[in-house]
Design a protein around this ligand. Structure first.
Ligand code: BES
Ligand code: ZN
Ligand code: ZN
Length: 463
């Protein structure tokens, strides 16, 4: 919890330094993220935070410096201090990132402890904002922080506290408050429309699937519409292809893509970007029951293609197939992005640091590269060839939901691409980056990272 004051505050402040300045105390070497607190007379004090590094201080590093600053002050019991623009900023966005890091560092994860929950105390950040540009950066950082926290909170909610319909309602409420049009396709609507893939996945749960659709029209004159589609599995047990218990635990977070899309939409709308964006978030629980889908089942997708289910744990691509079809056919999007915690294979390949990307149009990837540079998210473009398409050919149906024994991230992506039809498509597999058992960066916490909120906002901004 934080409050921003746009003024100066002399009592406590931070100085970012590589240790070379004359004024810094000699105990302080200025190594990256090193901290040293120097009490001064009259109860004042300066916190030194080190910036000396062998790598450039880009977005992630600025965010880390910000988060480290706030957390260090908090540990010292200091809840009110000033942050000025440091001299280490390498590019124009850097100040914004520093502030975003501060704000994330000041925010505590929601927990369910009844007896030992730490009372959340407010942090007061005095930010010197001289000039409209910096004011704008502070406001943007504040919006991004709010939505990253929103996405994290949704993603972290366990299955029993957030069913598919709860997820849809929460997302729509936030979207409506920001002037978006919203619609929830409930299970009856999905049945009427023939969304057999989404229904197939959701059938094993007593909490039915649904689909949230958010429309933002920032440029009504244009027919250009960007589609953002996010996987919203509130719990993935694997279904009859049951997961091992060790990998089932984090699967309350299998909605990280959907949460990122919702968060990004809210930032886009608040910033009134002059673009049209439609978000489609299919939501379901993948469970076992007497009526659940099983391997061998044939599902009829919304697009009319039949799908052979070879593995009930490859449910993400199934629900995304219908959602992408809906975006393309009903929302008339002119480009489509999907984002999903889709494959374990991407975690084996790129760990928790890089998001795996697949794309069939150069321009979409170019803009993603720019967005990723600006947000600091690491993205890696994966290859694919026409030959990979054979991996998802089925003997009995139009397509199957499993590839071969290799390159699982690519075959999963290509399955979704099939449903984008002729529309330019880009795909983000965030199975590794949406969730951390241990945080990688100072501005993260355990569990959901909120990845995608800033990245999608910056990507959409590029159009
Ligand atoms: N939600 C999982 C992917 C996942 C794995 C997310 C690890 C986060 C961390 C997805 O639905 C899944 O189970 N994928 C299978 C696909 C396979 C059966 C083809 C996988 O990756 O094992
Ligand atoms: Zn699965
Ligand atoms: Zn899943």
């Amino acid at each position: 919890m934080y409050r921003i004051e746009k003024d100066t505050y002399e009592k406590y402040k931070v100085i970012f330094s590589d240790g070379a300045d004359v004024q810094v105390p000699e105990y302080f070497k200025g190594e990256y993220l090193e901290t040293f607190f120097m009490p001064e007379q009259d109860g004042q004090g300066i916190l030194y935070v080190g910036t000396k590094a062998k790598f450039p201080l880009l977005a992630q590093e600025m965010k880390e410096l910000g988060a480290k600053t706030v957390k260090t002050f908090a540990k010292l019991g200091i809840r009110e201090f000033m942050v000025e623009e440091p001299t280490v900023c390498e590019n124009e966005e850097a100040f914004g990132h520093l502030i975003l890091g501060c704000l994330l560092g000041a925010s505590q994860m929601v927990d369910y402890k009844e007896r030992t929950r730490k009372e959340e105390k407010e942090m007061v950040l005095h930010l010197c904002a001289d000039g409209v540009e910096k004011e704008e950066k502070i406001e943007e950082a504040d919006l991004l922080c709010q939505q990253i926290l929103f996405a994290r909170r949704l993603t972290n909610q366990p299955a029993n506290l957030l069913r598919p319909m709860d997820f849809a309602q929460e997302v729509c409420k936030e979207a409506e408050e920001r002037g978006m049009e919203t619609q929830i396709l409930d299970v009856e609507a999905l049945e009427k429309m023939g969304m057999g893939a989404l229904l197939g996945v959701g059938k094993g749960s007593q909490y039915p699937p649904c689909m949230a659709v958010l429309t933002y029209k920032g440029n009504p004159e244009s027919t250009d519409v960007t589609g953002l589609v996010g996987k919203g599995i509130t719990m993935d047990t694997g279904g009859y292809c049951l997961k091992q218990r060790s990998s089932m635990m984090g699967m309350m977070g299998d909605m990280g893509g959907g949460a990122a899309v919702a968060g990004a939409m809210c930032v886009i709308a608040e910033k009134k970007l002059p673009v049209n964006v439609t978000a489609v978030i299919p939501m379901a629980e993948n469970r076992v029951s007497g009526g659940a889908f099983v391997p061998g089942d044939i599902l009829r997708s919304y697009a009319g293609d039949t799908i052979e289910v070879q593995n009930t744990d490859a449910e993400g691509r199934l629900i995304l197939a219908d959602a992408v079809s809906y975006a393309v056919r009903d929302c008339h999007v002119t480009r489509v992005l999907d984002i999903a915690t889709l494959t374990g294979a991407v975690v084996s390949m790129l760990g928790h640091l890089y998001t795996g990307v697949i794309c069939d149009e150069e321009q979409l990837w170019e803009k993603m590269k720019t967005a990723a540079e600006k947000s600091g998210d690491r993205c890696w473009l994966l290859p694919f060839g026409r030959e990979n398409e054979q991996m998802i050919e089925s003997h009995v149906a139009d397509i199957k939901n499993m590839g071969g024994s290799t390159c699982g991230t690519i075959s999963a992506g290509l399955f979704i691409r099939h449903f984008a039809e002729q529309v330019p498509w880009i795909h983000l597999d965030i199975a590794g980056t949406a969730w951390n058992d241990e945080p990688i960066y100072e501005f993260q916490e355990k569990m959901a990272t909120g990845v995608g909120v800033e990245l999608l906002y910056r990507w959409v901004k590029e159009f």
